[in-house]
Design a binder for this molecule. Structure first.
Ligand SMILES: NC(=O)c1ccc[n+]([C@@H]2O[C@H](COP(=O)([O-])OP(=O)(O)OC[C@H]3O[C@@H](n4cnc5c(N)ncnc54)[C@H](OP(=O)(O)O)[C@@H]3O)[C@@H](O)[C@H]2O)c1
Length: 348
């Protein structure tokens, strides 16, 4: 597995294991098996784990996994692991958020993860109309100074807001964002901004919840309700991009490329993103270890210029998704925003 240094002394695997799939909306979770799976990922070289304060039960699971990994493989192996969590204050508190609220959530994550100092905290803010987002980042910076947080990062901020965060003197290590063959909104501005300010991009959605895989090649368009929340989310993106026929043409093109590299569609879809300028890592969600082998191959597939041209050709005629990073999703009444849950820190 390729590794990359995103800040001095901070080296991660270029494929990050996503944790949302263990939060309950993707089928039942057997906790012991989930921990065994994490050991298998870490042993294989995928040593970076993404989770969130609002992914129910997942920080606890990763915390238990960390203790188990230390017992099994020793302190040096544990030290190679990184856990990237998120700080997602409830929509309901944004108007009145206080430092005490921030401290409470961060300390809860530290406790659950069995970490004195959180490795990397990705801050999310639901509503720019609520002005305290910059104050909140200031409090995160204070917690960083107290060694409760190592790296401060963001998720789902658009280019103007990332610019403002950096202007305000917040040390900004990375941005986690949706960036995939289907969603190229980051190419409008964010990729350039990341280069200018030297922060890392971590992409989610590179396999579109599993849509970008052999499983969907040649299949009829599915009807709602879909099997899980990821598929519901990414089907909207497919619809906006141009619909099922265009998506099937993309899958066919990816299958041909996968044949040439003796691999599968999902691996090609993530590999194509990993070689994009500014992209440090792809975050691939996993319910279990079924796709571990394929996920390991992502970093070693070497796509040619011809491969990439074939992907571009399959996307000719696709629509440009509206707005900057996460603009569509910020409209809470809209198709993308209305499927989300906004107050999970309160347990609603
Ligand atoms: N910051 C945010 O707002 C945000 C939003 C979304 C996600 N994320 C993070 O990013 C992670 C990944 O994004 P995502 O949840 O949208 O999911 P994703 O990575 O787009 O899709 C994951 C699913 O794709 C399927 N899959 C993965 N590898 C495959 C392969 N090689 N072949 C076939 N199918 C494969 C699996 O489904 P099956 O198990 O059903 O086969 C897997 O559960 C999440 O876990 C989370 O940590 C963050």
């Amino acid at each position: 597995m390729q590794r990359i240094t995103i800040a001095p002394g901070y080296e991660i695997s270029r494929v990050i294991r996503g944790g949302w799939q263990l939060a309950g909306g993707h089928g039942a979770v057997d906790e012991d098996m989930a921990i065994d799976d994490m050991v298998a990922f870490a042993d294989a070289g995928i040593t970076t784990f993404d989770c969130a304060d609002i992914y129910t039960g997942v920080e606890d699971l990763i915390g238990r996994f960390r203790l188990r990994y230390r017992d099994l493989r020793g302190q040096a192996a544990l030290d190679r692991l990184h856990v990237h969590t998120k700080f997602v204050p409830d929509l309901g508190v944004l108007r009145t958020i206080t430092k005490a609220y921030v401290e409470n959530v961060i300390d809860t994550s530290r406790k659950r993860l069995n970490l004195d100092r959180l490795d990397l905290v990705q801050f999310h803010w639901w509503d720019y109309e609520m002005p305290a987002w910059l104050d909140t980042l200031g409090w995160l910076k204070e917690l960083q100074a107290e060694d409760r947080i190592d790296k401060i990062s963001g998720t789902n901020f658009d280019s103007d807001h990332v610019d403002a965060i950096i202007d305000a003197g917040i040390p900004f290590t990375s941005l986690q964002l949706q960036y995939s063959l289907l969603d190229r909104r980051p190419e409008k501005q964010m990729v350039t901004l990341a280069k200018r300010h030297d922060f890392a991009l971590f992409c989610y959605g590179t396999v579109a919840g599993g849509f970008l895989s052999d499983r969907w090649l040649g299949k009829p368009e599915p009807e709602h309700p879909l099997e899980n929340r990821s598929l519901t989310k990414y089907k909207l993106i497919i619809d906006d991009l141009g619909g099922w026929e265009l998506f099937q043409a993309l899958l066919s093109a990816l299958r041909k490329i996968a044949d040439r590299h003796s691999t599968d569609i999902a691996t090609i879809a993530s590999a194509a993103m990993l070689r994009k300028p500014g992209v440090s890592a792809v975050i691939v969600g996993a319910r279990n270890r079924e796709h571990l082998g394929a996920n390991l191959a992502i970093a070693s597939v070497e796509l040619s210029a011809a491969d990439l041209a074939e992907i571009d050709a399959a996307l000719v005629g696709s629509a440009e998704l509206e707005g900057d990073v996460y603009t569509l999703e910020r409209d809470r009444a809209g198709r993308h925003g209305s499927i989300m849950k906004y107050n999970l820190n309160k347990g609603e």
